[in-house]
Design a protein around this ligand. Structure first.
Ligand SMILES: Cc1cc2nc3c(=O)[nH]c(=O)nc-3n(C[C@H](O)[C@H](O)[C@H](O)COP(=O)(O)O)c2cc1C
Ligand code: SF4
Length: 426
């Protein structure tokens, strides 16, 4: 079962991070085609036709998002979300580090399409290597006339500013990212208004993920209709999946959406579980979505199928556990992350993640109490749908499913601590 490489087509070509090799492999043809042969609206139409959905996690249709920009003559901005702090997700980093001109070409082509003269690329604070690579790519592209005051002699202006965040997961949430980009502490803004009308500096702004913007390059090259033939009707195109954890060949794989099952990705591409072990579960969309047990591994990797199976495609970061992994330990590790990354703005998330972490830690360290399962469920009920931004729901998605699918592990974890089994199970 092969990969279907569009974004990664040239990623293994030696020297592809430099502009000369990138151009030799056909790079910057989409930008040239867009600015020389197409109007901005033509590019938006191609993206609409392609049925591309945002690859940052929510899967919102990209062309539709672009069409929300008000046509009122105000300055517009494009912001590329390269925060990528979702656990288990490292696909954007691979684009940025190994084929930075693909992202830059996607950003410039998309900025042209939405008629933004200025684009910002926001990178997570820890990603200094990617920052340097992209900085070099921008300088190379400027020297060749792909950005600046007179792009490819068309008289159009396209500028790109690189920004390194301070290393906070919440800054991947688009409005917290905008706060951070404006120089403030990264905390989510109230929505509405949405960035399309009041975004960066209160001006109309599109925020898109790295992979989404990179996908605009093949869409312009092949045409939206051809791109839409890849994948399924609702989930078009190819998608990058980051596979990590208990597999023999962890890494990033690009496949057509809906044409490959989770099991095929894990067994055929990622090499299956380590010798002598079997899969126990996977979280298919970063850590913010429910677990899937192995009897659901025949689910195709697309937005709709994953939802029907009780989880979400999310960022495409597949975290795999084999029979040695403890679900309770894993739940604690994830809750530590969310407690640490909660921005503290709203009480259910700030306090709830802290109490959930404490209850899980008690279980793991031998102090579990027989009421702890009820405590977990009660705390989750106070978070579910009650928080200011989606981080709260994200924090409890995996734990909620773990309690449904692997309740016995929690029960025996507490029972092993000398509590009568029937008391614990209640
Ligand atoms: C807590 C949280 C973290 C997020 N982190 C990221 C991220 O690292 N990268 C990203 O592209 N989107 C992230 N998102 C989603 C963004 O808010 C936004 O929907 C996305 O950048 C839009 O791009 P897309 O339409 O191309 O998917 C996050 C959302 C939440 C709630
Ligand atoms: S849900 Fe969490 S991260 Fe989001 S605003 Fe509230 S405290 Fe901050």
């Amino acid at each position: 079962m092969p990969e279907r490489r569009l974004l990664f087509e040239h990623i293994d070509v030696p020297g592809i991070e430099g502009i000369d090799v990138y151009e030799r492999e056909g790079g910057y043809r989409s930008l040239r085609k867009a600015v020389k042969e197409m109007s901005p609206d033509d590019v938006v139409k191609e993206v609409m036709t392609s049925n591309l959905r945002g690859r940052g996690g929510a899967g919102f249709p990209t062309g539709r998002k672009w069409s929300f920009l008000p046509k009122d003559g105000r300055t517009r901005y494009l912001v590329c979300n390269g925060d990528e702090s979702e656990p288990g997700t490292c696909k954007d980093q691979e684009i940025i580090y190994r084929i930075p001109h693909l992202l830059l070409e996607g950003v410039l082509t998309s900025a042209y399409a939405i008629e933004a003269e200025h684009a910002f690329i926001y990178l997570r604070g820890e990603f200094k290597g990617g920052y340097l690579r992209l900085g070099r790519a921008i300088a190379e592209a400027r020297a060749k006339g792909y950005l600046g005051d007179n792009v490819l002699g068309t008289g159009r202006r396209l500028e790109v500013t690189l920004y390194l965040g301070a290393g906070a997961y919440i800054c991947g949430e688009e409005t917290a990212l905008l706060e951070s980009l404006e120089g403030r502490r990264g905390m989510p803004r109230l929505k509405p208004p949405f960035p399309a009308t009041s975004g960066l500096y209160d001006l109309p702004t599109v925020v898109n993920n790295v992979e989404t913007l990179a996908a605009v390059v093949p869409i312009v090259a092949m045409g939206g209709a051809e791109y839409a033939k890849l994948g399924t009707k609702e989930s078009a195109g190819t998608k990058l999946f980051s596979v990590s954890g208990n597999v023999r060949r962890p890494g990033n794989y690009e496949v057509e959406l809906g044409k490959v099952t989770l099991g095929e990705l894990l067994n055929d591409l990622a090499g299956g579980p380590p010798a002598g072990h079997t899969f126990k579960a996977a979280i298919p969309g970063g850590s913010s979505v429910p677990f899937l047990p192995p009897d659901k591994f025949d689910t195709p990797l697309d937005y709709e199928s994953m939802r029907q199976a009780g989880t979400m495609l999310g960022s495409g970061g597949v975290i795999v556990l084999d029979d040695r992994a403890s679900i309770v330990d894993t739940s604690l590790r994830l809750m530590e992350f969310y407690r640490h990354e909660s921005c503290g703005k709203c009480t259910p998330c700030r306090e709830g993640t802290m109490w959930l972490e404490q209850a899980l830690r008690r279980m793991v360290t031998g102090d579990g109490r027989h009421g702890d399962l009820k405590t977990l469920e009660g705390l989750m009920a106070h978070i579910d749908g009650q928080t200011f931004c989606p981080l709260g729901d994200a924090a409890i998605a995996a734990l909620g499913s773990a309690l449904r699918l692997f309740r016995g592990e929690f029960v025996s974890c507490i029972a092993a601590q000398d509590h009568p089994l029937e008391e614990v199970a209640q």
